[in-house]
Ligand binder design. Structure first.
Ligand code: ADP
Ligand code: MG
Length: 772
């Protein structure tokens, strides 16, 4: 068999995707390779196909158990013998697997890196013929990558022990130069063929919003995407709990995932999502690596992640089947603060010396800054991403929120002048916040301490809201009219371009999004299947096709349940879509469908053919005619009976916020309030909200209370590496606010502010008087 036959027979695909073939050829000719291809590009096939053709065993090194299981599951489904060796096996299972491996049963074996140099494994490997070592997620060897795993360093140690050096292939989706060089150096790749394909994922729509009411926007979004699968990422476990809880209350089909849950629950929730038992999963970044679910239609980031690498990787879990999918980021200022804390309190990289560690932290800060700019840029988001990864995109992609939304060009010359002028007149000694506060004319202790109230630009733009000043300063930084030092102080400095702003003829316009309130947008035309149909066969996807799709989907679910595998492992959505177009009534016709190989045909093909025969009337002539005659009713009944109904019936919520009165604290509520020794502000607000009559009263928001605390001087903002953060002032401490150190799931420390019983009373009084 040759590579094309394997591609067709086992994987059911007709053609290779970009980048696959040259790398496969290099491997087959005995050359090392480094493949840098975006998530979803199909990196696995690049080592799996040669593995089937080479004489000897291919070891695949992979960082996560879930990733291995998923891939081995897929291979077995496709009729390829493969196994994994990792800590999820019992000792008995492990030895059994090794024994089968010795007998040469597996052309492909997935191994956890920490297993490689163990005695048992070496005993096997030194006596076996190892044809290739394939390193998946190879960026894990690099300390500069976002996901360094010291155990990956064992790979070279292992390879050196082998009697004959195998071909070494490495794959990653991380394209930055440092990481790429590290992979080649650390893995000691020999004259490798390095191939990078385009990083663009044209089927993904990118959007950024900074909503006042994040939850409202999320809920609205989900209501507009009924029946679709998606991931909602939060930065913290607590965030996951909150968001998941609210969504559940609001009737969505939702589950959760974070490192704080027990193994069993994590696994169950992950499976529930993968097997389509729940449509939405709310998760921390602990979720996702190795999730190959192809029909994820959206990835919403409820918080901004720590860097673009993480963002693109997580967002990239949408639309792996190539169909249109959406990646939405909901930005909030607090996200920056949380990420800063993660960086500053990072317990990772303990094995590094202090200097390198500080270097890593510095890079992390820089990455966070670039991530933040992504949320503020008014340019094409796709272009921004591609440029970040060292590629050039078009200025306008037409498929991101910046390209599509209504922008107004705003003349910000005056603001820019004031800001740059202030940097200059204060002799480039301060960070972003001081500059903004000065221009805005803030009357704070800090500004007085720095004597910035005597600065010529002090209060120059008192009327311009701070957020707007921030947008403009971000724009100036982004376009290098200003820059910040790359250290913990993040001092704003002038650049060669700064004078342009101050000159008489300067004119700076920037695009500012018109303030958009949370309101139901017209649901976009559901174009996903139509799009893929057009892409596959230039065909139309009719209403009848849509119904057939549902029928086939039910059948897929039935089979998946029998086989105990996720539905997409049976057939992807793309394959089902193609089936609806081709409507194959015979074996040979079925084999023309993308994703249907011989092996899978033997397993399931007949049932799908039978199903199609049953549901699409035979017009006796041409199989490829669109099935206009499908009996809607019949199909409808089938769906009713056959579908899992968990996803259905997302009830329309009554009682929209409009028409309700503002939150006000009544006697009754105060009486009923469960004072405690200590609680956080959000707990307090949540409790008050529970006590209100939600049919008549709007929610109290954390933000409003926090603003009041700031206004009254209980909390103070302090600039922290250019980022505004809050802490208790002296007055706040007197009132009873205390800070407690916490350790995050990644081992990072941060402070949580607690309010004592007394402070809770004071807060209630404040709220009762009204926050405005
Ligand atoms: P990566 O590891 O690059 O993120 P995967 O190897 O998990 O991507 O592949 C993503 C999806 O693309 C899988 O569902 C896979 O079956 C599919 N795929 C891979 N190669 C091809 C191909 N040549 N034609 C069609 N689909 C493919
Ligand atoms: Mg992969």
């Amino acid at each position: 068999m040759d590579k094309y036959q394997i591609l067709k027979k086992y994987f059911g695909y007709d053609t290779f995707r970009e980048g696959q073939e040259p790398l496969i050829d290099s491997i087959l000719s005995g050359r090392d390779v480094l493949g840098i291809l975006p998530t979803g590009a199909g990196k696995s096939l690049i080592y799996q196909i040669p593995a089937m053709l080479m004489d000897g065993i291919t070891l695949v090194i992979s960082p996560l158990i879930s990733l291995m299981k998923d891939q081995v599951g897929s291979l077995n489904q496709a009729g390829i013998h493969a196994a994994f060796l990792n800590s999820s096996l019992t000792t008995g299972q492990y030895y059994k697997a090794l024994e089968f491996a010795r007998q040469g049963r597996y052309p492909i074996i997935y191994v956890a890196p920490e297993r490689l140099v163990t005695e048992e494994f070496l005993d096997f490997a030194l006596h076996a013929k190892i044809a290739m070592v394939a390193v998946d997620e190879a960026h894990c060897v690099s300390q500069w990558g976002q996901d360094f795993r010291p155990s990956y360093l064992k790979i070279v140690e292992f390879i050196k022990k082998l009697p004959k050096r195998p071909v070494v292939s490495a794959f990653t989706a991380t394209a930055t130069r440092e990481v790429r060089d590290d992979i080649m150096d650390i893995l000691l790749l020999e004259n490798p063929e390095v191939l990078t394909t385009g990083f663009d994922r044209p089927n993904l729509y990118f959007g950024v919003q900074s909503p006042k009411d994040k939850y409202g926007v999320l809920k609205n979004y989900l209501e507009m995407h009924p029946g679709e699968c998606g991931i909602v990422y939060c930065l913290t476990r607590k965030g996951v709990e909150e968001v998941c809880g609210k969504l559940k209350e609001d009737g969505f089909s939702v589950t959760r995932y974070h490192a704080g849950l027990g193994d069993a629950e994590r696994k169950k929730n992950q499976d529930d999502f993968i097997y389509d038992r729940y449509q939405i999963i709310v998760a921390t970044n602990a979720f996702g690596m190795g999730i190959d679910k192809s029909n994820v239609r959206f990835v919403v980031h409820y918080n901004m992640p720590k860097n673009m690498e993480s963002y693109y990787q997580e967002a990239g879990r949408a639309g792996r089947d190539g169909e249109p999918a959406e990646c939405i980021l909901l930005y909030g200022g607090q996200d920056v603060v949380t990420n800063q804390l993660f960086i500053d309190n990072s317990q990772e990289n303990q094995e590094l010396d202090p200097v390198s560690r500080e270097l890593v932290a510095e890079r992390d800060r820089e990455r966070l800054r670039k991530m933040t700019y992504y949320c503020f840029t008014n340019e094409c988001l796709r272009d921004y991403i591609l440029r970040y990864f060292g590629e050039y995109g078009e200025n306008y992609c037409g498929n991101c929120s910046n390209c599509l939304s209504q922008f107004e060009s705003v003349d910000v010359t005056e603001i820019a002048r004031a800001l740059v002028g202030c940097v200059k007149s204060s002799r480039q000694r301060y960070g972003v916040n001081v500059i903004i506060d000065t221009v805005h004319g803030a009357n704070t202790a800090k500004i007085r301490n720095y004597r910035m109230n005597e600065n010529p630009n002090y209060g120059e733009l008192a009327k311009v809201p701070s957020y707007k000043l921030r947008q403009v300063i971000n724009y100036l930084l982004l376009n290098e009219f200003l820059t910040v030092t790359n250290d913990e102080y993040a001092i704003v400095k002038l650049t060669a371009k700064s004078e342009e702003v101050l000159g008489d003829e300067a004119q700076i316009t920037m695009k500012m999004a018109k303030e958009q309130e949370h309101q139901a947008k017209e649901k976009k035309e559901k174009k996903s299947r139509k799009g893929i149909a057009a892409g596959l066969a230039g065909a139309d996807f009719t209403e009848a096709d849509e119904q057939l799709f549902e029928v086939l989907r039910s059948l897929r679910m039935e089979i998946a349940r029998e086989e105990k595998v996720p539905p997409y492992i049976v057939f992807s959505d793309k394959t089902l879509t193609h089936m609806c177009i081709v409507k194959p009534r015979t074996r040979s016709a079925m084999l023309t469908v993308t994703g249907v190989g011989e092996f899978k045909y033997e397993k399931y093909g007949e049932r799908f053919v039978a199903c199609i025969r049953e549901h699409v009337p035979d017009d006796g002539e041409n199989e490829d005619v669109t099935g206009a005659g499908i009996v809607g009713e019949e199909a409808g009944i089938f769906i009713e009976n056959g579908m899992n109904d968990e996803g259905k019936g997302t009830e329309k919520k009554k009682g929209k916020a409009k028409g309700k009165q503002e939150f006000s604290l009544t006697e009754d509520m105060e009486q009923a309030f469960p004072f405690a020794d200590k609680m956080t502000l959000s707990e307090l607000v949540a409790k008050l909200n529970e006590l209100r009559d939600e049919s008549t009263m709007k929610r109290l928001t954390n933000k409003a209370v926090r603003q009041k605390l700031l206004d009254e001087g209980y909390l103070e903002t302090f600039g922290f590496r250019g980022i505004p953060m809050q802490r208790a002032s002296e007055k706040g401490k007197e009132m009873g606010i205390t800070a407690e150190r916490r350790v995050s799931e990644k081992g990072n420390e941060y402070d949580v502010l607690y309010y004592s019983a007394e402070a809770q009373r004071t807060l209630l009084d404040m709220i009762k008087k009204g926050l405005k």
